[in-house]
Structures are given as structure tokens and as C-alpha cells.
Design a protein around this ligand. Sequence first.
Ligand SMILES: Nc1nc2c(ncn2[C@@H]2O[C@H](COP(=O)(O)OP(=O)(O)OP(=O)(O)O)[C@@H](O)[C@H]2O)c(=O)[nH]1
Length: 619
Amino acid sequence: MIDLFTIFSKGGIVLWCFQSTSNIFTTSVNSLIQSVILQEKTINTFEDNGAILQYKLDNEFDLVFIVAYQKILQLSYVDKFLSDIHLEFRDKYKNELSNRSFFQNFEFSKNYEYVLRKSEEWAKVQSKLPKQMRTFEESAKSKKTVASMIEKKNEDKPVKKEKKKEVNFVDESLEVKELLSNSQNGVTEDIIAVNRAKFAQKMAQKKKDGKKSPKSPKSPTQEKAGKKPRVWDLGGTTKDLQNLERTVDRPEDAKSHYTADTEIVGSMEGGIKDLEVESSDEEFEEEVEREEIKKPTSKGGMFSIFKGLVGSKNLTASDMQPALEKMRDHLIAKNVASDIAVKLCDSVATKLEGKVLGTFDSVATIVKSTLTDSLVQILSPNRRVDILRDCLESKKNGTPYVMTFCGVNGVGKSTNLSKICFWLIENNLQVLIAACDTFRAGAVEQLRTHMRHLNALHPPERHAGRQMVQLYEKGYGKDAAGIAMEAIRYARDCKMDVVLIDTAGRMQVSLLFTTTIKTLLKVNEPDLVLFVGEALVGNEAVDQLVKFNQALADYSSTTNPHLIDGIVLTKFDTIDDKVGAAISMTYITGQPIVFVGTGQTYTDLKALNVKAVVHSLMK
Ligand SMILES: Nc1nc2c(ncn2[C@@H]2O[C@H](COP(=O)(O)OP(=O)(O)OP(=O)(O)O)[C@@H](O)[C@H]2O)c(=O)[nH]1
């Protein structure tokens, strides 16, 4: 009997769930997600706490299907069930899935019962069948060709070996887990360098030993005898574990030199500079008008789509319909999320309805100013976020100013956190970075590297002997909320000015999200919660943001939950004029874009310039 079956998107939205017992599987599902799915392991059966969990991924629609049942039951139909239920769900909801409409009610109970019953019947029939001999094609022998039998020198062992590793993984100590996940996720350069050095040292030692004792070389026949263990490149042994564990700083690391690009020092003093505008507003207005006058018949230009709306009658909704549709498409092409583009067009329509229009020029001007007004209104913050002022205020009160950075993996959380850190230390504020991404291998090391670079740029000599950036970390697998709490306490005790909390990017997995970010925010009550999102994505970013804010509201036990206070919009340099994500994100949250990431160096941090965004959007 299946105890739990759940379907959720890789973005963490639970689409459908069935649970037949009161057993709580949250921890087991979290473990499966953390140590198998997110690590992209190839096993599809996972054992935890007396339960077996099996899963199937749908990479086209980014879905995860999970089944959990008691180990003792030994269900033989789960593979088949997972394949069938996967197809059933896809078939039934292909339109919704294609549109990524994950927030609706998926009525799937009947289909679930049907597929489950069929799978159980299938298993019964199978168990009664006499065991059939495998055909030659099914046998392993048929797969053997001469070529397949030639073992290549650097080829990996077959999957069987890998599996063994996975099984052991469950019982390994935390350090071993980390080591394995490092080796699978791409070890940091530091670790590779250490490993190489160790290997070279070992080889040199061996050579030395060989020379000392003339007896040691064995006869060729002796060497050939017995099966030799395979030596993996950079494999090392358990003795190397101590050296490979890099979450704790070592004296020799601290001594390493960082060549600081001192040219940038001093360039971020004061407030954050605005994004550059391509041309001023007046120039832009003239440009639009000039363009329309010059090319009255051309199809190009945002406002030429309103060309048809000329005449002395009152404008009606149906007059505007075709033009508004074109405007909506234009906004979507600029990465504005589709429903927000629709709402913007509606607001323009409402403002224009009933207006009497004269010449073509006046139409362009009216539409432009109407749309501009709406966009400026969306992008202009309801309240002022002045971080420098707030930090100084906290400092006066003897408490550190705490900022938490949330967002999915790879959007640039750590990089932009470090840029913000650079800006703060440029303004003589001492910063403690709390490494609370205790999931992703390498996350702590990444922050440590930034800390060293930043301290090299702003050495203690420049700041009355104070080390401007410190890292508070407790390695991996630990409770993020607890680490944040200790970090804040540490910062308070040491009279540090600001705490920047880096969180795990696993919020797309809602189960994990609820137990980490929620607790972290609840326990630590940061002054500012910043959502880090990429400018690259349109609807996807909105999805993440909606889910994030919803989860903060849903899972908060207080009546006044701490939602997102602001947005860090990253990778703005990579989007050309597709600036729609800025509009969508602010529209959804009503919160300002506090920082814009415009590149990969510490100085690539800007403040949002509403004019620049609106200008790009209407190009
Ligand atoms: N072009 C550009 N690249 C950026 C920007 N911000 C971050 N990146 C790059 O994006 C990549 C991911 O950045 P990280 O800071 O590692 O992302 P993260 O969100 O911390 O990732 P996880 O720790 O895995 O959650 C890196 O290669 C960064 O250099 C930006 O503003 N512009």
C-alpha cells in the first residue's frame, strides 16, 4: 500500500498529493530531495527511516512524482505505477502544464485510484506467472560485443559500482557526504589543487622510499598476481578527508595572498549610483515624435500601433482593441509576464476610453504618457529604502542591521551579496556574512573567497585595525536558522555593523522551504528581506516570487508575517532591452528593486533608474 504520493513542480509548487496514513514523510521527502534529486543522482529508490521512496522526473514540464511506502511491504509495482501515473497526469493536464499554470486545482483523485488499481492488478498477475526464461535479446550476453569487452583505461566502472557508492552514501558521516557531493558537483578549485599537491607528494614519497630500500621492488610475476584495486584519478583515501574538509579555515589558507584590484577602492563610496539612461526623457519624447512623423507609414516603433486611432470621435474599448493587443505583445516580447502585460494594457485602455483624439501625433503622445505613467507608478517605490541610513541608525542603537538574501539557486545570490558587502565596507561599515546555505556544496567556500578578496581590498590598516568582513559559518547540513541566530548574536557582541545572511537556494522545494527560510525569518526577524531574482526570466521569475511571498505568508504563525521588503535584480547586463522582469517583480510584490546587478565585479551594482527601464521597455 502506498502511503504517500505527491506531484510537485521543480519550482516547489505541490500540484497534487495523496496521503493514506498519518505518518509524516516530510523529513524523508526532504532527504530524498536534498541528497538524491538535487544532487542529480541516478538512483530512483531511496531508503529513509523504514520507508522506501521512489521518484520520477518529468523534465519537459519540470515535475517530480514521489511515492513513499513502508519498506516491509516490498511493493513490486511501484516502477510501473510511477510510469503510468506520470503519463496519465501529463495527458490529462498537458495544456495547463505547457502554460505553466501550476496554481490551479488539479482534480486527479479518480485517475490516481484507477492507475493504482491497475498497477496492483498487474502485480498480482505477474506474481502468478511462472518465471519466464529471458530471451537472448534481454540477456546481458546479447549486449556484449567485442568492442564492449575492451576496457578502456580511463573509463568509469559500470553503473553497478556507482550504485554501491550511493547506498553507502546514506550511512556516511557528514564529512563523507560532503566529499561525495563535492566530487559530483564539481569540486572547487581549491580542493583540486590540494588533492593534486597531495597526490604529487605521495608519488614523490613513494619514489624516495623505493630508492631507499633495494628490496622493495617486487618481481614482475609478484606484481601481476591477484586483482588490483582500481585507482581513481584524484580519488584519495579516507586519510585525505581531513584535508578535503574545507569549511573550517586553516592557517595556510588565511596566509594566501589575494591580488586586490585596488583601482576600484573608493568608487562605491556614498549611495549606489543609478543605472545609466540611454537618453533623457525629453530627448526620448522628441525621438518618439520624430520617428512617427518621419515614418508615418512604417510599422516599426511602439506607438505606430496606435496610428489607426485617429479621428474626432470618442475612443471606445473596441476601437483600441487591436492596438492594445499589439502593445501587449510588445510588452511580453520585452519579458513582461503575460498577465501583467494584460493588466497594463487594460489600465491604458481605461485611461484612454472616452478621450477625443485629433491627429496621429496626439495619439502617440497620449498613449506614451499614459503607459509611462502606469510604468513609473509601478516601478516607483511606495517607501524609501535607504540602507546606509538604516545601518547607521542601527549602529547608533548598538544592534547590527540584518539583511537576508533569498532566491533560487544560481540567480547570483552570493555574488550580489558580496557586491553589497563591498559597497557597505566602502562606506566604512563592518560586515559579518552568515553562511546559511548549508545545502549547496561549495557555498561556504565561495563566501570565504569573497571575504578574503574584500578584506584584501579593504585591509584593516585602512580601517583602524578592524577586519572589515568576517564570515560566520558552521559547515554543511546544519540548521540555517540557528546559524543565523548565532551570527547575529556574534555581530552584536563584537559590535559589528551589518549582518548579511546568505540562504540556501532550495526554496523551490516547498517542504524544505517551510522548514528553513520560514524559521530563519521568524527566529531572527531581519531588518530587510531581499529576494534575489534574475532579470533574464519573465514569467518564471514571477512564479518564483509569487510562491516565495505566498509561502512566507502561509507558513508564518504571526498575523503580520515578514514578506519580501525588496528585490535584487541580477544579470541586468545580459538582457539588452528585455527589461520586463523589473516591471513584473515590482508589480507582484509592490516592493522596490533595491539593487540591480550589472556584471560580475564588485562595482557592478546599481540602483534602479525608472526612466532607463521605461525607456528600454518602450523602444
Ligand atoms: N552577467 C552577470 N552575471 C552575474 C551577475 N550576478 C551573478 N552573476 C553570475 O551568476 C552566476 C551564479 O552566481 P552565484 O552568486 O553563484 O549564484 P547563487 O544564487 O549564489 O547560487 P547558489 O549558491 O547555487 O544558490 C555566477 O557565475 C555569477 O558570476 C550579474 O549581475 N551579471
